[in-house]
Design a protein around this ligand. Structure first.
Ligand code: NAI
Ligand code: PYR
Ligand code: MG
Length: 611
C-alpha cells in the first residue's frame, strides 16, 4: 500500500515496514466486495431534497436550501422542471465560474473576520460552492475558516451570529438531552461525526463560553473539506455550562447562558447524559472532544474512551500530528548531527492537554527505535509556568504532569527557558504554552548552537500566540531551523534558498481518524489507531515535498492524505477487532482500501442536483 503520490522506490508497503502494523492478509477474491447501502458516508439523496424543497415552496425553496442550491448553475431543463424560470438571471454558469465570483467577493473584504463572515454566509447559502471553493484553494482559504481566524470568530461569535448552525446542549437541558438531540434535522441520514466543545479553552484564547461553538463548526468544515464526510452528516455541538469570561457575561449581545461556569460535579452528569443520548440516537456516531480546558479534557477522555466511539483532538490528534512531523524532522536533525535517532532530546514549553498529549505520543517515536517505555519517557522534559517539572520542585503537580516529572535534576530547579535549554541541551523545542514570542532570537540562536539543524515547533494557536514566527526562526538559526507552527506562516527566502514552514496542526489527522471510525463503524478509537494515523502521516510525504525540505505534506493533497491515514487506521482497527462492518473493510487489499476510502468521500459537485 503506497502512500499517496509516493514514487515507486518510495512505496512503503505496510507489510515491509518495521514500524507499521501487520496488515491483514491481502485477500484474493473472485468478486470485489459489494457495498451495502449503509457503508456510505456520502449518502446523498439530493434529488429527493431538491424535489422536496420544490414541492414545499416552489422552485424558490431550492434556492434557499444550502444543500439543494445550485444557483446560476441550474440547467434550462432544471429551471423548467423546478419552476425556477425568472427567479434566476439568464446566464447559466458552471461551478468553476461561481468559484471565481465567490473568491472575488471574499478577497475584497478588508479584514480576516470579514472574510470569515463572507465564507460562513456562503456555506449557509450553497454548501457545494463553499466546499468546492475551499478544496480548490486550501492554502488561501483554510486560514479564513480555521486557525488563525476561527479564534477571532469565536471571540466575537455572538456578535457575528447570523443564523444557527449547530446544537446547543445547556445546563438547563439536564434530564432532557435526548429530546434536544432528537430536534436535530436528519433528512439525509444520521450524523457520522460530532465535534463537541464546552468552550472552556478555545485555541489559546481561554474561556469563550457558548461562543466556542465556532470551533466545532470550523473543525467539521475540515471534516468535509479534508475528510470527505458529507456535510449533512456533521453535527457541531456546544455544551453551554456558563462562562467565567467577564466580558461575555457583560456583553448584551452574548448568546450563551449568562452565568458563571458550573462546577465539574454539576457538569459531569450532563456530559454523561449527552454521551449516552448520542450513542442511543446514532449508534455509529464518532464524537470528537475539542478545546476543553486541560484537566477536563483528560478526565473525559479517561471516562469515555473505552465506553464510546470518541477521541480527544487536543490530546490525541495533536499527539498524532506531531509524532508524524517529528518523525520526519528527527531524520533531518539526526542526519545533520550524525547522532542516532534514539538520542533525540525533546523539551516541551507548556504542559497542558496538548503538551502532555504530544509528549505521550512521542514516546512511541523512541520505543520504535528500540528504547523501553521508561527510557522513552526520559528523553522528554516538560516546562510549565513554574519552570522545569521535577519531583522536588515543591508544588503539587497536576496528575497529567506526573509521568514526565524529572528525578535526575540533583536538587537543582530550572526556571527560565534559556537555563532549562542549557541544562537539557535539547534537539527539539516544542511550544504549547499559549505564551507568544517566548522563543526569542537568543533562545533560537542557542538551539542552533546546540544543533546543526534544530527542531523548533511553536505550536500554540492562533498565530498571535505562537511562541515565534517563521521569519524570526529562520534568521536566528541562519536558515537551519526545522520548523512547524500550529498556524500557517508565510514562506521565506534565506541566502537564495526558498524555505517553507510546516503546519503542525491536528487538521492533518483528525479527518482521517474520524472518517475511519465512521466508515468501518469502529466500536472504539484505540491508542494504537491514533499512533497508526501518525505513522501514516509521516509516510505520506512524497519525493517533491522531501526535496522542498518539508516535514508535512502540502495541504493541496489533504484529501489523499486523509484517505491514506483513514485506510491505515482502519487496518489497525481490523487488526484489533474494533471495526464492526461485518468484515467488509477487512476483505479488501490495502490498495483497494485506500481507493475505497477516497471514493467514499463527498464531492462538492452539482452533478446530482442537475441530473
Ligand atoms: N498545533 C496544534 O495542532 C494544537 C495546538 N494547540 C495549542 O496549544 C496551546 C496549549 O493548549 P493546552 O495544552 O490545552 O493549554 P493549557 O492552558 O492547558 O496549557 C498551557 C501550558 O503552558 C504552560 N505555561 C503557561 N504560561 C507559561 C509560561 N510563561 N512559561 C512556561 N509555561 C507556561 C502552563 O503551565 C500549561 O502547562 C493552545 O494555544 C492551543 O491552541 C492545542 C492543540 C492542538
Ligand atoms: C488546533 C487545535 O486543536 C487547537 O489549537 O486547539
Ligand atoms: Mg483544539
Amino acid at each position: 500500500m503506497a502512500p499517496p503520490s509516493a514514487s515507486a522506490d518510495d512505496k512503503l508497503n505496510l507489510l515491509t515496514q518495521p514500524s507499521a502494523i501487520a496488515a491483514p492478509p491481502a485477500t484474493k477474491r473472485d468478486k470485489p466486495p459489494q457495498p451495502t447501502p449503509d457503508h456510505k458516508t456520502s449518502d446523498d439523496p439530493v434529488q429527493d431534497m431538491v424535489h422536496l424543497a420544490a414541492s414545499r415552496g416552489g422552485g424558490f425553496a431550492s434556492l434557499r436550501d444550502p444543500f439543494a442550491n445550485a444557483d446560476t448553475a441550474f440547467s434550462e431543463k432544471k429551471r423548467d422542471e423546478l419552476k425556477l424560470r425568472g427567479l434566476l438571471p439568464p446566464a447559466q454558469q458552471s461551478l468553476d465560474v461561481q468559484i471565481l465570483r465567490a473568491l472575488e467577493q471574499i478577497r475584497v473584504k478588508k479584514t480576516d473576520l470579514g472574510r470569515y463572515i463572507a465564507l460562513a454566509a456562503l456555506r449557509q447559502s450553497n454548501v457545494r460552492l463553499f466546499y468546492a471553493l475551499i478544496m480548490q484553494n486550501p492554502e488561501e482559504t483554510l486560514p479564513m475558516i480555521y486557525t488563525p481566524t476561527v479564534g477571532e470568530a469565536c471571540q466575537k461569535f455572538s456578535r457575528i451570529f447570523r443564523q444557527p448552525e449547530g446544537l446547543t446542549i445547556s445546563l438547563s437541558d439536564k434530564g432532557n438531552v435526548a429530546s434536544i438531540i432528537d430536534n436535530w434535522p436528519v433528512p439525509a441520514g444520521a450524523p457520522r461525526i460530532a465535534v463537541v466543545t464546552d468552550g472552556s479553552r478555545i485555541l489559546g484564547l481561554g474561556d469563550q463560553g457558548w461562543d466556542g461553538l465556532g470551533i466545532s463548526i470550523g473543525k467539521l468544515s475540515l471534516y468535509v473539506a479534508a475528510g470527505g464526510i458529507h456535510p449533512r452528516a456533521t453535527l457541531p455541538i456546544v455544551l453551554d455550562v456558563g462562562t467565567n469570561n467577564e466580558d461575555k457575561l457583560k456583553d448584551p449581545l452574548y448568546l450563551g447562558l449568562r452565568q458563571k461556569r458550573a462546577s465539574d460535579e454539576e457538569v459531569l452528569p450532563l456530559v454523561d447524559e449527552m454521551m449516552e443520548a448520542l450513542q442511543k440516537a446514532y449508534p455509529n456516531l464518532i464524537v470528537q472532544f475539542e478545546d476543553f480546558q486541560s484537566e477536563r479534557a483528560f478526565a473525559y477522555l479517561d471516562r469515555y474512551q473505552n465506553k464510546y466511539r470518541m477521541f480527544n483532538d487536543d490530546i490525541q490528534g495533536t499527539g498524532s500530528v506531531i509524532l508524524g512531523g517529528f518523525t520526519n524532522a528527527a531524520r533531518l536533525n539526526s542526519k545533520a548531527s550524525g547522532r542516532p535517532l534514539s538520542d533525540q532530546r525533546i523539551l516541551f514549553f507548556g504542559a497542558g492537554s496538548a503538551g502532555v498529549g504530544v509528549a505521550k505520543q512521542l514516546c512511541a517515536f523512541f520505543t520504535r527505535q528500540g528504547l523501553s517505555q521508561d527510557e522513552a519517557r526520559r528523553r522528554i522534559w516538560l516546562v510549565d509556568s513554574k519552570g522545569l517539572i521535577t519531583n522536588d520542585r515543591g508544588d503539587k503537580l497536576a496528575e497529567h504532569k506526573v509521568y514526565f516529572s524529572r528525578d535526575d535534576n540533583e536538587g537543582k530547579q530550572y526556571k527560565g527557558l534559556l537555563d532549562v535549554i542549557n541544562y537539557v541541551k535539547p534537539t527539539a523545542l516544542i511550544g504549547l504554552s499559549t505564551v507568544p514570542k517566548t522563543f526569542t532570537e537568543e533562545i533560537l540562536a542557542r538551539m542552533a548552537e546546540l544543533n546543526p539543524r534544530p527542531i523548533v515547533f511553536p505550536l500554540s494557536n492562533p498565530s498571535s500566540l505562537s511562541e515565534c514566527d517563521f521569519e524570526t526562526a529562520v534568521q536566528a538559526t541562519k536558515g537551519q531551523v526545522i520548523f512547524a507552527a500550529g498556524s500557517p506562516f508565510p514562506e521565506t527566502d534565506y541566502e537564495g534558498k526558498h524555505l517553507i514552514p510546516g503546519q503542525g496542526n491536528n487538521l492533518y489527522v483528525f479527518p482521517g481518524i474520524g472518517l475511519a471510525g465512521a466508515l468501518a463503524k469502529c466500536g472504539r478509537i484505540s491508542d494504537e489507531m491514533i499512533t497508526e494515523s501518525a505513522l501514516a502521516l509521516a509516510d505520506s510525504l512524497n519525493d517533491e515535498e522531501k526535496a522542498e525540505g518539508r516535514i508535512y505534506p502540502s495541504l493541496k493533497r489533504m484529501r489523499d492524505i486523509s484517505a491514506y491515514v483513514c485506510a491505515r487506521v482502519i487496518i489497525m482497527a481490523n487488526r484489533q477487532g474494533h471495526a464492526r462492518d461485518g468484515g467488509y473493510t477487512a476483505s479488501m487489499t490495502d490498495d483497494e482500501l485506500v481507493s475505497w476510502c477516497r471514493g467514499e468521500m463527498f464531492e462538492p459537485s452539482y452533478e446530482k442536483l442537475l441530473a
